[in-house]
Ligand binder design. Structure first.
Ligand code: FES
Length: 139
């Protein structure tokens, strides 16, 4: 009986901590977050891809993007240089259909780049990673 009660308390404590961490993280994201848009979206057909890639991580990556510079964000989720493309999608043996998303920003500052690869606002995080199905996935 005492052992069961101890286990229940441990579980509740763990769940509370986990929830707090996610909440704190989400709060930070929202404070910084004004969802930007990709200024190159209209120029590259890769932006029209309908399939999302493999869930690489369950949280976004903060990166300082420089205005006017072009970046290639990994959509397939298999790159070893996340969140950017390293050309892994070109490996014919992996049969990856997704292509990287070229993007640029108009202002030099920190941006939250999606690492779950499920965002609707590629390559920027739009909060989709907060879905329970994505939070459950761990690398
Ligand atoms: S990491 Fe936030 S939507 Fe993908």
């Amino acid at each position: 009986m005492l052992l069961t009660l101890k286990k229940i308390l441990q579980f509740v404590h763990f769940s509370t901590l986990k929830y707090r961490n996610i909440r704190r993280y989400c709060k930070n994201v929202k404070e910084d977050m004004e969802i930007p848009t990709n200024s190159l979206k209209e120029y590259y057909s890769a932006n029209d891809q309908t399939n999302n890639g493999f869930i690489y991580d369950n949280k976004p990556f903060k990166f300082t993007c420089i205005a006017g510079k072009t970046y290639s964000w990994c959509l397939c989720g298999r790159s070893n240089k996340q969140p950017f493309c390293d050309g892994t999608h070109k490996n014919i043996h992996l049969k990856i259909k997704q292509k990287p998303i070229r993007f640029a920003v108009t202002e030099t500052k920190d941006y939250w780049l999606c690492n779950c690869k499920q965002t609707s606002n590629r390559p920027f995080c739009d909060g989709t990673h907060l879905k329970e199905s994505i939070q459950e996935k761990r690398k």
